[in-house]
Write a protein that binds this ligand. Structure first.
Ligand SMILES: Cc1cc2nc3c(=O)[nH]c(=O)nc-3n(C[C@H](O)[C@H](O)[C@H](O)COP(=O)(O)OP(=O)(O)OC[C@H]3O[C@@H](n4cnc5c(N)ncnc54)[C@H](O)[C@@H]3O)c2cc1C
Length: 658
C-alpha cells in the first residue's frame, strides 16, 4: 500500500533496467517453437535493454533488467517439459564436431566437471560445455555496473564460499588448483567496515501487515526488548520475542534428550513456536520468514530439528549437542561444524569461482594471473567457443536430447542435440556429464529406468530472487546508520549494501558519497504447503510476475525504509538487475517431510547413477545447495565415467556430515 505514486517512485525514469521481454510481456507461448530461435538468438534481447559491452560480442554481466532464468533461456526447456518441442522439428544437423566430453550445464558443477575430466583423462581432452543461458556460471552469476566512470561488481546468485574449512577433498583441491587461496579473503573482506562507519541493522514493519509503517535502526547486541519497544505489535508478542531470541527458556521441561529430538524431528519450526513455546501469533508472524534466506522457505516448512541449529528459541532446551543428530539436514550439519567467518566472497560472489574455472579451461578468455585479477580482468566472451580450442563453452544453447549411438552399455558414442540460434544441431562425444538440474534429465533421455526417472523428478528446486540496484550514493544508509534493512513481512525480505570486498585493483565503494550496489533478496514460496510444493508454486509465481511489478516493490520498500535518510527512489536509482532463479537452491531432504531420511534409500543416489557413457553431476545429486557439493558431484560424476569409486568424499558425495 504505497503512499507514493508511480511518478514519485520514479517508475518512468530512464534507468538501465527495462527488459522489453519480461515475465508477462512474453510467455513461453509467445515464443513458441515455431521458430526454434527463442532459445538462442533472442536470449540477448530478453536479458535486458542495456549493456556496455564493446565489440561484436555482448557482455552479459552488464545486462540489466530481468536476468537469471530469463524467458528466452527457458522457452526451449519448457517446451520439452510441455511435450511440444518435438512436434515440428526434424533430425538435428550434425555439426561434425567430435568431443571426448560434452557437459550439459555450464554452472559451477559443469565447469568443475570439465576440469576434473582434464585431470582424469588428460589435458588434451576435447570438451564442449553447453548452457541454455547467455552467461556461464549458472547461479554463480556476476552483475556489473558503471557509475561516474567507476566499475561496480555485484553477485546475482551463489553468494559466498560457506565454511570452506569443512569442504571435502575434491572441493578443497579444486580451489587450490584454481589459485583460490581462501585465507586471503581475510585481507579482501573489510571486517571493520560497519564499525568504522558506525553502521548497525534496520528493521521495517509495514502498514499493510502491522497497521503503520515503523522503522528501527539498532546496533548489534541490542536486546529485542529495546528493538521492539515502539513496534506496532501486541505487547505479548514483544515479550515472547524477547524471550525466544534473548532469554530462551526450557519449553520442553522434563523431557529427555531423545524425547526432545524425536519431537523436534516430527514438527516444523512454526509448530514448535506455536505449540511448545506458546508464542503470540504476531511473534510467529515475525519469525516466519527468518529461515527464507538459507532454506528458500519459511518457519511453516522448516523442520524444528533443523531450525534448532540456527534459529531462535532452542538454547534453553535440555539438548545434548555433543554430536548433531543424524536426522538434521545437510545445511544444519554445515552450520554445526563450521567455525568459519562469513567472509569468503569475491565481488561477484561465486561468480569469481566460475571465472577462475574458465581461466583454467580457456586461458585466453580471461587473461591474468592470481585470484586478485579475477574481478578486474575483462572476460572475452568471443573466445569461449573458438574452433581449435581444447575446451569450448557454447552459451544460449539448450540441450534437448542425449542419446547413445545404440545400446548404452555397448555404444562407443553419445549424440547430444541442442538448439542454437533457431537451429537444431548435434555433436558427438565419448562421454557426457549432465550438470543441469535433475528435473531436466527425464526430458533429455528415454534410456533410463522408471525408477531413476522418478528419483530424478523427486529433486525440487526452490525459487529465489537476488536483485541488485545501482544507486547514486549510500548516504541514506550512512545517515540512518544501517548497513541493511530487514522487511520480515514485505515482498523483498532484505535490502542492504553489498559486501565490503576489495581485491587487486577492484575497490569497494567505501565512502557514503560513492555509487553503490544494493542487494535485495526474496525467497518465492507459498507458506502452508510442503517445501517441494512451495518451490513449484514459487516457480510459477516467479515466471508470471512482471519486471514492472518487481521494480515497483523495490522502489516502494527502499523509499519507505530509507526515505527518512534522504533516499529518493526517482533520483537515486540508476540501474536494476533482477536475477530470477526459478530453479534455485537444490531441495535438501529433511524431516518431518522426507520420511526416508536419513537411513532409507535416497532418491539422489538412484538419480545420479551412471548409464552407459552418461554421468550426472549438479547439486541436486547431493542434494545440497552449496558450491562444494556442486564441485564434489562433478568429481564423483567424472570418477563414475572412469569407472572409479569415490568413497573418499563421503560427506560431499552423500550430503551427510562426516
Ligand atoms: C540465489 C542463490 C544463492 C546461493 N548462494 C549460495 C552461497 O552463498 N553459497 C553456496 O555454497 N551456494 C549457494 N547457492 C547454491 C548454488 O546452487 C551452488 O552454489 C552452485 O552455484 C550450483 O551450481 P550447479 O552447477 O550445481 O547448478 P546451476 O548453477 O543451476 O547450473 C546448472 C546449469 O545448467 C544449465 N542447464 C539447465 N538445463 C539445461 C539444458 N537443457 N541445456 C543446457 N544447459 C542447461 C543452466 O542454465 C545452468 O547454467 C545459491 C543458489 C542460489 C540460487
Amino acid at each position: 500500500m504505497s503512499k507514493w505514486s508511480d511518478e514519485e517512485l520514479g517508475m518512468d525514469r530512464p534507468i538501465t533496467r527495462r527488459d522489453f521481454l519480461d515475465g508477462v510481456a512474453i510467455g513461453a507461448g509467445a515464443l513458441a517453437l515455431g521458430s526454434l530461435g527463442a532459445g538462442g538468438s533472442s536470449a540477448r534481447a530478453a536479458g535486458g535493454a542495456s549493456h556496455h559491452g564493446k565489440g561484436r560480442h555482448p557482455y552479459p554481466p552488464a545486462l540489466t533488467g530481468m536476468r537469471g532464468n530469463t524467458d528466452a533461456s527457458s522457452v526451449v526447456p519448457h517446451s520439452l517439459r510441455d511435450g511440444t518441442f518435438w512436434e515440428d522439428v526434424g533430425r538435428p544437423d550434425d555439426t561434425g564436431e567430435r568431443y571426448d566430453l560434452v557437459v550439459v550445464g555450464g554452472g559451477l558443477s559443469g565447469l568443475s566437471a570439465a576440469r576434473f575430466y582434464q585431470r582424469e583423462f588428460g589435458r588434451k581432452a576435447r570438451i564442449l560445455i553447453l548452457d541454455a543461458m547467455d552467461d556461464f556460471g549458472g547461479h554463480a552469476r556476476r552483475n556489473e555496473y558503471r557509475s561516474r566512470g567507476r566499475k561496480l561488481i555485484g553477485y546475482g546468485g551463489s553468494q559466498s564460499l560457506e565454511s570452506p574449512s569443512t569442504f571435502a577433498t575434491p572441493a578443497k583441491e579444486l580451489l587450490e588448483d584454481l589459485d583460490i587461496k581462501v585465507e586471503r579473503f581475510n585481507r579482501f573482506f573489510d571486517s571493520e567496515f560497519n564499525a568504522r562507519h558506525g553502521l548497525g541493522r534496520g528493521l521495517f514493519f509495514d502498514e499493510e501487515t502491522w497497521g503503520r509503517d515503523h522503522f528501527v535502526a539498532y546496533q548489534p547486541g541490542t536486546g529485542y526488548d529495546e528493538i521492539l519497544k515502539d513496534a506496532p505489535m501486541a505487547e505479548q508478542a514483544k515479550t515472547d520475542l524477547y524471550k525466544i531470541i534473548n532469554e530462551p527458556e526450557d519449553w520442553m521441561p522434563g523431557m529427555t534428550d531423545k524425547q526432545i529430538k524425536d519431537r523436534l524431528a516430527a514438527i516444523t519450526y512454526k509448530q514448535y513456536l506455536e505449540e511448545d513455546v506458546g508464542a503470540h501469533p504476531d511473534a510467529v508472524k515475525f519469525l516466519q520468514t527468518s529461515p527464507n534466506g538459507n532454506w528458500g522457505y519459511g518457519a511453516d516448512a522448516v523442520g524444528a530439528l533443523d531450525a534448532s541449529i540456527e534459529f531462535a528459541g532452542f538454547d534453553g532446551l535440555n539438548i545434548d549437542w555433543d554430536e548433531p543428530d543424524r536426522r538434521i539436514a545437510p545445511t544444519g550439519h554445515k552450520l554445526y561444524y563450521s567455525e568459519d567467518d562469513y567472509i569468503y566472497h569475491f565481488p561477484a560472489g561465486n561468480g569469481g569461482v566460475a571465472r577462475s574455472l574458465v581461466r583454467k579451461l580457456i586461458p585466453e578468455a580471461l587473461p591474468g594471473h592470481g585470484m586478485e585479477t579475477i574481478p578486474t580482468s575483462r572476460l572475452r566472451y568471443g573466445k569461449l567457443d573458438q574452433q581449435g580450442n581444447r575446451v569450448r563453452i557454447r552459451l544460449s544453447s539448450p540441450v534437448v536430447r542425449v542419446r547413445h549411438d545404440g545400446d548404452p552399455e555397448r555404444a562407443k558414442r553419445v549424440e547430444v542435440a541442442y538448439v542454437q540460434r533457431g537451429k537444431l544441431k548435434a555433436v558427438h562425444a565419448d562421454h557426457v556429464v549432465l550438470a543441469c538440474n535433475n528435473q531436466m534429465i527425464p526430458y533429455l533421455t528415454d534410456e533410463i529406468s522408471r525408477k531413476q526417472r522418478k528419483a530424478l523428478e523427486y529433486a525440487g528446486k526452490l525459487a529465489l530472487m537476488y536483485t541488485n540496484v545501482q544507486v547514486r550514493n549510500w548516504k541514506p544508509f550512512d545517515r540512518l546508520k544501517v548497513s541493511g534493512v530487514r522487511f520480515p513481512t514485505m515482498y523483498w525480505l532484505s535490502a542492504g549494501l553489498d559486501f565490503p570486498v576489495s581485491m587487486g585493483k577492484y575497490h569497494f565503494p567505501d565512502e557514503p558519497g560513492d555509487p553503490m550496489v544494493l542487494h535485495l533478496s526474496k525467497a518465492v514460496c507459498k507458506p502452508g504447503l510442503p517445501p517441494r510444493e512451495q518451490g513449484k508454486a514459487g516457480r510459477i509465481e516467479l515466471m508470471q510476475t512482471s519486471f514492472e511489478d518487481m521494480e515497483r516493490e523495490i522502489r516502494d520498500q527502499l523509499a519507505r525504509a530509507l526515505g527518512p535518510g534522504g533516499f529518493d527512489p526517482a533520483r537515486d536509482i540508476e540501474a536494476i538487475t533482477v536475477n530470477r532463479w526459478a530453479h534455485g537452491y537444490a531441495y535438501e531432504y529433511g524431516l518431518p517431510w522426507d520420511t526416508f531420511w536419513p537411513d532409507g534409500e535416497l532418491p539422489s543416489h538412484v538419480a545420479r547413477r551412471r548409464w552407459g557413457r552418461v554421468a550426472v553431476a549438479n547439486t541436486d545429486s547431493a542434494p545440497r545447495a552449496y558450491v562444494d557439493s556442486a564441485i564434489d558431484m562433478a568429481y564423483r560424476a567424472v570418477r563414475d565415467l572412469a569407472g572409479k569409486p569415490s568413497d573418499e568424499v563421503s560427506r560431499g558425495v552423500d550430503g551427510i556430515a562426516p
